[in-house]
Design a binder for this molecule. Structure first.
Ligand code: NAP
Length: 276
């Protein structure tokens, strides 16, 4: 069958003009939209992500303050600096690159970011609001999944959505957002038995496993909608959690690269500017 390729660029582009207009409105009022990105240590993935966000922000007139710490920074020093950023009126949003290297606590660092400047829904108040269905906050990648499904007109109500992965940053929140759209949601994880039997009943699959090409064509039913959140590097190439061989069997599929990642970055800018 013909598979609809749900590319991320058209989804991100649909947000771009709105965000640029918000940045201009803020400037008219004398505010320069500023994102503070905190990177601890030298994890290559965090630095690549940070560089991509900086490039995207720059293309939309958003200023980024890059704050780098050595991996052995003391947690109390980091938390004290975040508290200062929370009170700094020249900083619009604060984004620590997660996960924090050990022995730092990612939860403590995330929650140190004040709720109003928390652009990736790390603060427990924002997390709680999201699960209770209050407000509009949710982490960027789950938001990107939902924005992509909406952009491509994928119906969710009453459909069986299977989320593979239950992390706090992707699996659990995306399951919650799918539930809010009246999908019937099953969450699978490493202890799930007979995974393929479950995924073969799915109308929609969100793969957030962190294993290259984990979801194979025999694990999906004909016409299923497949959202690939995975970012894995294999032999220097970016590979998703879904085997691209699903093209031809899936009804719709987000490619990697060029799928959810692009939208996810734009979601950071969307949340950063939402009050402007
Ligand atoms: P994570 O914290 O490592 O979580 C992986 C999840 O997959 C866990 O819940 C784990 O189950 C489950 N899992 C592992 N092996 C499994 C198996 N054999 N069968 C079923 N479930 C299994 O990863 P994450 O942070 O959620 O990220 C997932 C992927 O998304 C990664 O590739 C990451 O790079 C990517 N990502 C992309 C974006 C983006 O913007 N596109 C953003 C964030 C992350 P247990 O809970 O039982 O261990």
């Amino acid at each position: 069958m013909e598979t609809l390729l749900m590319k991320g660029k058209p989804v991100a582009d649909a947000y771009r003009e709105t965000i640029i207009a918000r940045v201009a409105r803020a400037l008219e009022k004398g505010r320069k939209v500023t994102l503070a990105i905190i990177v601890v240590g030298d994890d290559p993935a965090s630095h690549v992500y940070k560089d991509r966000l900086m490039k995207l922000a720059d293309s939309m007139g958003i200023y980024v303050k890059e704050i780098l710490y050595p991996a052995d920074v003391k947690q109390e020093d980091l938390l004290r600096d975040i508290a200062r950023m929370n009170h700094n009126r020249y900083i619009t949003g604060v984004l620590p690159m997660m996960p924090m290297p050990e022995p730092l606590s990612s939860d403590a660092v995330g929650t140190a970011v004040t709720a109003s400047k928390d652009v990736d829904c790390l603060n427990v108040k924002n997390v709680g609001d999201m699960y209770l269905g209050y407000g509009t906050m949710s982490p960027c990648t789950p938001r990107a999944c939902m924005a992509t499904l909406e952009h491509y007109g994928i119906e969710l109500e009453g459909r069986h959505a299977v989320v593979i992965g239950r992390s706090n940053v992707v699996g659990k929140p995306v399951a919650n957002l799918l539930l809010n759209k009246n999908a019937t949601v099953t969450v699978c994880h490493s202890k799930t038995k007979n995974l393929a039997e479950i995924t073969r009943t799915a109308d929609v699959i969100v793969a957030a496993v962190g294993k290259p090409c984990f979801v194979t064509p025999d694990m999906i039913k004909e016409g299923a909608v497949i959202v690939d959140v995975g970012i894995n590097v294999v032999d220097g190439k970016l590979v998703g959690d879904v085997d691209p061989a699903v093209v031809g069997k899936a009804g719709a599929y987000t490619p990697v690269p060029g799928g959810i990642g692009v939208v996810s970055n734009m979601m950071v800018m969307d949340l950063l500017t939402r009050k402007e």
